[in-house]
Ligand binder design. Structure first.
Ligand SMILES: Cc1cc2nc3c(=O)[nH]c(=O)nc-3n(C[C@H](O)[C@H](O)[C@H](O)COP(=O)(O)O)c2cc1C
Length: 366
């Protein structure tokens, strides 16, 4: 392979990798971080191979096209730098100890930088398109980049999200800094685990959002609720329906869809603690069909929340809190705060974010 071919090969891989990273960002995990590092290494190689461009910057005439190209490379350079730095700062696997700025700010910065890089990259590639148009090999490589992109967008997040129970050490996962919430706190959660008949081999039936410790399953909302209890203390209780949901994820979504269509209030198994003694109820639940799961509606209907504050914490697969908080407000008499939305794949490493959220919550409270 000549220098030119290597150059083109790296360019196409770089582009494919970047799209792939964008595709899997929703489930940003170890693979996203590793490929992010590969992207930066290849980018350095790309710059070394194209060093003549920089050498010649001071020479020749500055046509409009050339100036536009330089500006785009400048924007690209700055945004890719911010992308890398923020990526390191929010990395949970490769650089877990490097932290600056709050997690929320760093996330916004990373996303903003990614959008800027994407725009600059497309512009940059379009300007150099002529180089890519010759020879069949380039088409093969472009095809490869496309396949990577499509499998990134549709494949990996799907596999990660829906079929992969994550192994955790429960105590390590929930242990962290303590936060003082004034008043008596009750944490109530609703989770698929605890309301479903799962067989032994849960992996085979789609373990959407499940976590495992030595064969014991935990639900997302459950783990998050345990993290919150670890941070603020207080009592914890779970909402359980009299009738269990089936192990199949798809079947469960069908039943949940019917419950929603009928606006039903599924019968709950046991009475939860008397709410009179609590000031704040932290309510952790998954987003179901973009809204509040009906068993949670049953819980709200069964109690009087007047004079109390409900803090909704919503776990989801990409839909945020949907309209669940509005539904809660319609059902409960007490005050319902704004929600904290937690993407399901983030939960195993979310303990520090729980601390930050609760600290800010306490500040807003005073
Ligand atoms: C019946 C059902 C419906 C769901 N609907 C949505 C949805 O509309 N939007 C979304 O982002 N996630 C949806 N999800 C994914 C869950 O919100 C997500 O996996 C959640 O973290 C599961 O929490 P759990 O393990 O505590 O049950 C749904 C899951 C189920 C089981």
């Amino acid at each position: 392979m000549g220098k030119n071919a290597i150059r083109k090969f790296i360019d196409v891989i770089l582009l494919g990798l970047f799209f792939y990273e964008v595709g899997i960002m929703a489930s940003a995990g170890r693979i996203h971080e590793i490929l992010g590092c590969v992207f930066f290494v290849l980018l350095i190689i790309h710059n070394v191979l194209n060093k003549d461009y920089y050498m010649n910057l001071g020479r020749g005439k500055y046509s409009r096209k050339r100036i536009a190209g330089i500006v785009v490379i400048g924007v690209f350079g700055i945004s890719v730098f911010v992308l890398g730095i923020s990526g390191v700062a929010m990395s949970k696997h490769l650089f877990p100890n490097i932290r600056f700025l709050s997690d929320w700010n760093v996330r916004a910065l990373h996303l903003g930088a990614a959008i800027a890089v994407l725009a600059a990259l497309l512009f940059h590639v379009l300007m150099h398109m002529g180089r890519y148009m010759q020879g069949k090999k380039v088409y093969y490589l472009t095809g490869l980049a496309l396949v990577m992109m499509i499998s990134g967008i549709f494949g990996l997040p799907y596999i990660e999200r829906w079929y992969h129970p994550v192994s955790i050490n429960l105590q390590e996962t929930i242990e962290g800094e303590k936060v003082d919430l004034s008043g008596n706190v009750l944490i109530v959660y609703f989770s698929r685990v605890g309301n479903t008949d799962f067989p032994e081999q849960v992996d085979a039936v789609s373990g959407a959002s499940l976590m495992k410790e030595n064969g014991t399953l935990y639900g997302n909302s459950q783990v998050l609720a345990l993290m919150i209890q670890n941070a603020v203390g207080g009592d914890i209780a779970s909402i359980q329906t009299e009738k269990n949901y089936p192990a199949s994820y798809n079947e469960t979504t069908k039943i949940a869809g019917d419950e929603l269509a009928n606006q039903s209030f599924p019968v709950l198994k046991h009475k939860l603690p008397d709410l009179a003694q609590y000031d704040t109820i932290v309510l952790v639940y998954p987003l179901w069909w973009g809204t509040l799961p009906r068993p949670v509606a049953s819980f709200i209907k069964a109690y009087d929340f007047e004079g109390k504050t409900i803090v909704p914490i919503v776990t989801h697969g990409g839909g945020g809190a949907g309209d669940s908080v509005e539904v809660l407000r319609g059902l409960a008499k007490g005050k319902v705060t704004g929600p904290l939305n937690v993407y399901s794949s983030d939960i195993p490493l979310f303990r520090d974010d729980v601390t930050n959220y609760l600290k800010n919550f306490v500040k807003g409270y005073k």
